[in-house]
Ligand binder design. Structure first.
Ligand code: CP3
Length: 323
């Protein structure tokens, strides 16, 4: 999940020397920050250090990541002319990603590396709002009011996400995760008509590459079935819906990922331990379960608590497999 490294002193030491986007566009820094959590925690996979706005910057958009704020752009998208100037991503736009993934795959010796991209809706929300937003009103207003511009924008963002994921897989990423973090603001009907076709094109384009495809959003309890139908092999779930209920909501053949509330990492250990075991128990109903948080690691999280949780997950799930 996003910001796994942000609670680590060694992460902050590197970030003191590089802005977020400088870190995301320098191959050896990407590799170092990707590996840091693996040196501390017994996790089963690495997630590439990058950000969902990296491919947008790489095609020339004036977008930055402001500390403590998130992605911001001084020129929000307002008309079809803004969409027309958005070009597709070429592998040559992101050589630092190809280089970092190649270095990481060699270094990881079999531990899978997860590549990722932002999904069209969530990317569009930053371009339309100009920055982070609580309710995404401008985004929804544009979706309702200017369907031609909306679909042109999402189609282009789907092309960019596809190209960005393809670069990562061709360099050796073993799985991909498409983050539609903020799509939970939509109703199922609007999701189905305005978003799903674009996300589906991304998953279809990756079909032949032979890597598992994970799809995640926050507050998407009502959208879980549709997000699976978009073409994910694994549906990510936040902490608002139990995994047993989520398993009933997605179609057969899909695995689930999730869903410990990140705030539980700040609670006393006996409470946290009981909740970790509860997530593992509920996940047994699903056809497959990847233990994860329901969203990103909070920066104030104690790294030793994360280490204890990863150890507990291994111990408890190994015992369940033997039982
Ligand atoms: O854990 C990791 O380091 C994996 C790499 C990763 C980052 N961003 C690095 C990052 C991943 C997978 C992301 C995805 C991402 N970025 C998403 C989708 C996932 C999600 O969280 O829902 C979104 C919506 C973004 C956009 C974004 N970038 C936000 C909202 C923020 C947080 C702003 C803040 O400071 O609270 C960022 C910045 C960001 N991206 C950080 C990291 C490690 C924090 C930068 C820092 O403070 O050092």
């Amino acid at each position: 999940m996003r910001q796994a490294g942000r609670s680590l002193p060694e992460y902050r030491a590197v970030r003191d020397r590089f802005s977020m986007l400088a870190a995301c566009t320098t191959a050896d820094v990407i590799a170092e920050l990707t590996l840091q959590p693996l040196r501390r925690f017994a996790v089963d996979a690495a997630i590439l250090f990058s950000d969902i706005v990296v491919p947008l910057r790489a095609v020339g958009l004036d977008i930055d990541i402001k500390p403590g704020v998130g992605p911001v752009t001084a020129q929000p998208f307002r008309s079809g002319a803004d969409v027309a100037k958005l070009r597709n991503l070429e592998p040559g736009d992101v050589p630092f990603v190809t280089d970092a993934v190649t270095m990481l795959v060699a270094e990881l010796r079999g531990t899978p590396l997860i590549g990722f991209a932002g999904a069209p809706f969530t990317l569009a929300s930053y371009l339309i709002e100009g920055g982070p937003s609580k309710n995404h009103e401008r985004t929804r207003a544009l979706m309702y009011g200017n369907p031609a511009m909306w679909h042109a924008l999402l189609a282009r963002l789907a092309d960019i996400a596809t190209a960005f994921l393809r670069v990562q897989v061709e360099a050796g990423a073993a799985a991909v995760q498409l983050f539609d973090s903020w799509v939970g603001v939509l109703s199922p009907d609007d999701y189905a008509s305005a978003v799903l076709p674009h996300s589906r094109r991304i998953f279809e384009a990756l079909d032949g590459l032979g890597v598992p495809r994970i799809h995640f959003g926050v507050g998407t309890g009502e959208l879980l079935r549709l997000m699976g139908e978009a073409g994910a092999d694994v549906v990510g779930v936040d902490w608002r819906v139990g995994l047993d209920e989520a398993a009933r909501r997605v179609d057969a053949g899909k695995a689930l990922q999730g869903n410990l509330d990140p705030a539980l990492l700040l609670a006393p250990w006996p409470v946290l331990e009981q909740r970790v075991r509860h997530v593992l128990d509920e996940g047994r109903v699903a056809e497959g379960h990847v233990f994860n948080l329901g969203h990103g690691v909070l920066p104030q999280t104690d790294p030793d608590v994360l280490a204890r949780v990863t150890d507990l997950v291994h111990e408890a799930s190994a015992r369940a497999v033997r039982a």
